[in-house]
Ligand binder design. Structure first.
Ligand SMILES: [Zn+2]
Length: 240
């Protein structure tokens, strides 16, 4: 089982861990703890490096398999052995862009629900760009500028972002979480990680976020598309 260090500290860039399993065929290495985000919830996995002794392996991506996070190594060097200690470093520039982008998407969700009552149904992101799907029948061209101004006001408002890990029963009592389909969580999950943009948005979420909306910087609504009468897709860009 891998301890997920990024869940309680999104700003952790380096860490030490012990190798607990090897997937020879795919050059995968599982660790007892990691700061690498393994992908999920629309946020891509981290890349970076693992150093064992004097060998530095590039980590091309990470992935959660069961309770373990595997780190897939590039290069040609022989794989390290189970039981060895490793120093991990994530590609921080890319990760921080993803944190800003992920928080931008939650700002968008929060504003659209608050101002139009429209619920989000899905989303996907790359560094500094994202798209989100909403049940938002009344979305039209004239609203794009209004939405863009509203989300940037939330950036300027410098709202703090808090992450909490709550017992399942407690999380189920929070009305705001019900609307984000928390009831779809598998029964076996006893703890729910909750990401709150103070005064704006509250979601069950496993991703990494910045600590304050001011870190996101300027957001641009690039485009939108109708995916049917009710379903609309909104594209955003975070300016560097
Ligand atoms: Zn999210």
């Amino acid at each position: 089982m891998t301890e997920l260090l990024y869940q309680t500290d999104s700003y952790l860039r380096t860490f030490t861990g012990v190798i607990t399993a090897i997937d020879e065929a795919n050059r995968g290495v599982a660790l007892d703890r990691t700061a690498f985000y393994p992908g999920g919830g629309g946020q891509p996995a981290d890349a970076g490096s693992l150093t064992v002794g004097d060998v530095e392996y590039p980590v091309l991506r990470a992935k959660k398999i069961g309770d373990d996070v595997f780190h897939y190594l590039g290069g040609e060097e022989n794989l390290p052995a189970v039981g060895l200690q490793t120093e991990g470093a994530i590609n921080w520039e890319r990760r921080y862009q993803l944190m800003r982008t992920h928080t931008a998407m939650h700002i968008l969700c929060g504003v659209i629900f608050r101002d139009y009552g429209a619920s989000v149904t899905g989303g996907d992101m790359d560094p500094l760009q994202g798209r989100m799907d909403f049940e938002f029948e009344t979305l039209q061209r004239e609203l794009v500028d209004i939405i863009q101004a509203a989300i940037n006001r939330e950036v300027e408002a410098a709202r703090p972002i808090r992450v909490k890990i709550l017992p399942r029963q407690e999380a189920f009592q929070i009305p705001d979480l019900i609307r984000t389909k928390i009831n779809l969580l598998p029964e076996g999950i006893q703890q729910v990680r909750v990401v709150e943009i103070s005064g704006l948005d509250l979601q069950a979420d496993g991703g990494t976020h910045v600590a304050n909306t001011s870190e996101v910087g300027q957001i641009r609504v690039v485009d939108y598309k109708s995916k049917g009468k009710i379903n609309k897709r909104i594209y955003i860009e975070v300016l560097d």
